[in-house]
Design a protein around this ligand. Structure first.
Ligand code: NAP
Length: 546
């Protein structure tokens, strides 16, 4: 199967585990496996740790989860030594944090950087994964752990002429490592999801002109970020234990506000007061204002109308305000955006919204962008056009399991796995934040830690019982997917054309394949799976030589 690969069997390095990816999941995985005494290798395409925060250096890049959630809880020294400067940290600070952790835990020595995995094949005879990189190195490993991230395969728009543009072309997800100066330039931006919404106010401050090409408007709420003063940081550090416990016991894996109060349990005036208060608080407070925003279409529409009214309150030009108002899909069915001056930017005379629903983009030209109605001359064009989410990274290289079964074949009608962690026919392969877990809807660092701990407990179980392989049983995988689909049917999340449902990638099978039952229920399900003696997995012992 791998006989024509460049290195001979003798020169291949044999390891207990290979971890693909040096984001938060991969870093913690490498740390834990090393603590367990396993020989490990991490492989990462970037030049350093950080994952999504290594690549996404675009102006305004910032985490829309608070740092007290979006940080590791497993190491008390890290919690106490690292000090966040803002409630919602910007990309440079988060990347520094990742580097700080890597240095403190001496993780880099286990990683091969600037290296991509191009193939991972299971060898049925040897019970090992054969992992080949773009540097023609081959590794053999008992366990292969994919920490490739749910949003790591960026997607260009399907607009003709992209290669013809002679101005400066920037992709949000592959931003240059040196500062970009937009002063005096006519800048175009395509894409108004979380990324585009963060870019607009920052580039608007520099550019001579900014044209925002919007196809589907997003709902955005004010972030209302705060600097953290020393006294508050000291309070956080004293109380981390309780804050982390609260995060682990929540539906989101974080300390965001939530409630059990349904929308229509309050009279109209009080509902409005709650929403106004949440809008003033900022962050995701509106999302947590009522318990049924994502399940009751009538409640959802009233909250959506509230958000639309807010756009009219901020944006002075009525036509622009109208074009910015999302319609035709439920609020929060697309990822809720948090902004710092997005709508306000459209009050600047040099910032212009182009409504591509009315004036579709025809093509990109050498000098700018041609819509149905006119040509926009541009010196620079920024693409914030999203990702092939959840499955993109794992399907971007060849993964072959038992009996030559390709992952691309297994997932041709959509991703399937057991708990989002393991799969039938793919022995000893683990996914961190896999497509059938709650990754897109929870605090991913809490989920990373939970996934890694679960995987390590399972490997320990295998070692204790001299088990050499494990994989999900077909029935456990099918039952998990039934749960996923049953829960998906209860939410409004599938009612928008988003990366959540694969609608943004041509030809991708469409549907809600992710777990929508919330972080706590998910982690309880994983715990129950372990407590049952891993009854959803089949194991094999080392066979004695004949
Ligand atoms: P996205 O939400 O998928 O948005 C992509 C945007 O590009 C959409 O507005 C889309 O319009 C537009 N687009 C794509 N192709 C186009 C075309 N041919 N013509 C015109 N417009 C086109 O991607 P994203 O903004 O990068 O966000 C992806 C996810 O990353 C978020 O949902 C979030 O989970 C994560 N993220 C998180 C943070 C954070 O703060 N933690 C920040 C940024 C991103 P249509 O909708 O009409 O296709």
């Amino acid at each position: 199967m791998y006989g024509n690969t460049p290195s001979s069997r003798e020169t291949r390095k044999r390891l207990d585990a290979v971890v693909v990816g040096a984001g938060f999941g991969g870093m913690y995985m490498v740390h834990k496996l090393r603590e367990m005494g396993l020989s490990i290798l991490g492989i990462e395409a970037g030049s350093d740790v950080g994952g999504v925060w290594y690549w996404n250096r675009y102006p305004g890049a910032r985490c829309d989860l608070m740092c007290i959630d979006y940080s590791y809880s497993f190491n008390e020294d890290i919690q106490q030594e690292w000090t966040w400067s803002e409630q919602f940290a910007a990309q440079p600070e988060i990347l520094e944090y990742a580097k700080f952790v890597a240095t403190k835990l001496k993780l880099r020595e286990h990683f091969l950087f600037d290296t991509r995995v191009v193939r991972a094949n299971w060898d049925d005879d040897q019970n090992v994964w054969i992992i080949e990189t773009d540097r023609s190195e081959i590794f053999e490993a008992t366990y292969c752990i994919m920490a490739t991230g749910p949003l790591s395969k960026p997607k260009d728009p399907e607009i003709p002429g992209l290669d013809e543009f002679e101005g400066e072309l920037y992709r949000a997800a592959k931003w240059p490592h040196t500062p970009v100066d937009f002063a005096g330039k006519r800048v175009g931006l395509i894409g108004t999801g979380s990324t585009g919404i963060q870019i607009v106010p920052v580039v608007a401050k520099q550019a001579k002109e900014l044209c925002v090409f919007q196809r589907t408007p997003s709902y955005s709420m004010p972030m209302r970020n705060d600097k953290l003063d020393a006294d508050y940081v000291a309070e956080i550090k004293r109380n981390y234990e309780g804050l982390r416990a609260a995060a682990r016991n929540s539906a989101l894996g974080g300390v965001r506000p939530s409630t059990t109060r349904p929308y229509f349990s309050l009279p109209p005036g009080q509902r409005r007061a709650v929403l106004e208060d949440c809008w003033k608080q900022g962050g995701h407070a509106v999302l947590g204002a009522f318990s049924d925003i994502l399940t009751n279409p009538e409640a959802n529409e009233q909250v959506a109308e509230f958000a639309r009214e807010k756009i009219s309150e901020i944006v002075k030009d009525p036509e622009t305000a109208e074009a910015l108002k999302p319609r035709g899909y439920p609020i929060f069915a697309r990822r809720p955006c948090l902004d710092s001056g997005y709508y306000e930017a459209f009050n600047e005379p040099h910032v212009r919204l182009v409504d591509c629903l009315k004036e579709p983009i025809d093509r990109i030209t050498e000098t700018g962008l041609q819509t149905r109605d006119q040509h926009y001359d541009l010196d620079a064009l920024i693409l914030a056009t999203g990702y092939d989410g959840l499955t993109g990274a794992l399907l971007s290289f060849e993964i072959t399991g038992r009996n030559g079964r390709k992952l691309s074949d297994k997932w041709k009608d959509g991703a399937r796995s057991y708990l989002g962690l393991v799969m039938a026919d793919f022995p000893n392969l683990f996914m961190i934040c896999g497509p059938n877990g709650p990754a897109a809807l929870s605090n991913i660092v809490t989920l990373d830690e939970q996934n890694v701990n679960w995987i390590c407990d399972l490997i320990t179980h295998m070692q204790d019982h001299e088990l050499v392989t494990m994989e999900a049983t077909q029935s456990a995988e099918d039952a998990w997917m039934e749960t996923v689909f049953e829960l998906a049917g209860r939410t409004l999340l599938a009612k928008a054309n988003t990366w959540y449902v694969g609608a943004n990638v041509e030809g991708k099978s469409r549907g809600l394949f992710m777990y929508t039952g919330g972080y706590l229920n998910y982690s309880n399900a994983c715990e129950a799976a372990a407590r049952s003696g891993y009854s959803g997995l089949s194991f094999a012992k080392q066979t004695e030589p004949a």
